[in-house]
Design a protein around this ligand. Structure first.
Ligand SMILES: [Zn+2]
Length: 273
């Protein structure tokens, strides 16, 4: 049986697993209420310490393209007991590996279409199942639709939403100065992360180019699409009373660690970090 990530039964299963390992006589009865298991656990201090370490948190991060979502998620991964599940990266990886599901995904991505909900959900489930027991996650790029959000409710409990609020002009400034290596895909930024030699990749010597969708007009349109898509999702989670951690970036040069600290403070206030 697959247990929904982060629910009481999920925790109970982990506690049971720990106790069975710890106690020489496997006297733990799986049908016993969690309260009794905890009471018995007080007899064994080692188990209790382990149980306390099992605090985990499941998060979703929302932010426009160019808001720094991926960067923040990667840094939060180091501070929290979580894995990052970025559906965009997973899709790219699957296409590269040419798996059967990857070939299906490729057909949509190549046409610039959204990958259908059922395929995305399948991919998400596969990746959630790979998370080690007792670890939480940050979802980046999922859910994108209300249908996806509702499907997610059935497979995981979300503890909080991280919402990045970045003014349009900052996103436009950042993305229009982005350059990509045509050979290895490394990303540079003429404002913050310049290549050592003009328009040449530091890593492989390939030429850098500007993506056709990194121009101000196209970026504006991408932000609009993002907002239209995301607004109903934010409302959905507000209605469900899932707590929000909002991180604002008001200056172009705000260092990532400042935003990450703001997010950590918000999570601490909620008792989630
Ligand atoms: Zn390169």
């Amino acid at each position: 049986m697959v247990l929904a990530h982060g629910t009481d039964s999920y925790y109970k299963a982990i506690i049971l697993e720990t106790l069975v390992k710890e106690t020489s006589s496997s006297s733990v009865n799986p049908t016993e209420p969690t309260v009794n298991i905890f009471r018995d656990a007080t007899k064994n201090l080692t188990s209790l310490v382990k149980v306390e370490l099992l605090v985990m948190v499941n998060l979703i991060i929302f932010g426009a393209p160019g808001s720094g979502k991926g960067t923040y998620a990667a840094r939060l991964k180091e501070k929290l007991n979580v894995e990052v599940i970025a559906t965009g990266d997973i899709f790219r990886e699957m296409i590269k590996e040419d798996t059967p599901l990857g070939r299906k995904v490729k057909a949509y991505v190549e046409k610039g279409l959204l990958v259908p909900d059922d395929i995305t959900l399948e991919v998400l489930k596969e990746n959630l199942a790979k998370i080690p027991r007792g670890k939480g996650f940050i979802l980046d790029g999922y859910p994108r639709t209300l249908k996806q959000a509702k499907a997610l409710d059935g497979i995981a409990k979300i503890d909080a939403i991280i919402h990045l609020v970045v003014p349009d002009w900052i996103i436009i400034e950042r993305l229009s100065s982005r350059r990509v290596c045509e050979n290895c895909g490394a990303i540079y930024n003429l404002l913050f992360l310049k290549p050592k030699k003009d328009m040449i990749c530091d890593k492989c010597g390939g030429s850098l180019y500007q993506r056709s969708d990194d121009t101000p007009e196209v970026i504006k349109r991408r932000i609009e699409v993002y907002e239209k898509q995301t607004q109903p999702l934010l409302e959905y989670y507000k209605e469900k009373r899932v707590p929000f951690v909002e991180a604002r970036c008001e200056k172009l040069e705000t260092p990532p660690e400042v935003v990450v600290q703001e997010i950590m403070n918000g999570l601490k206030r909620l008792g989630l970090a």
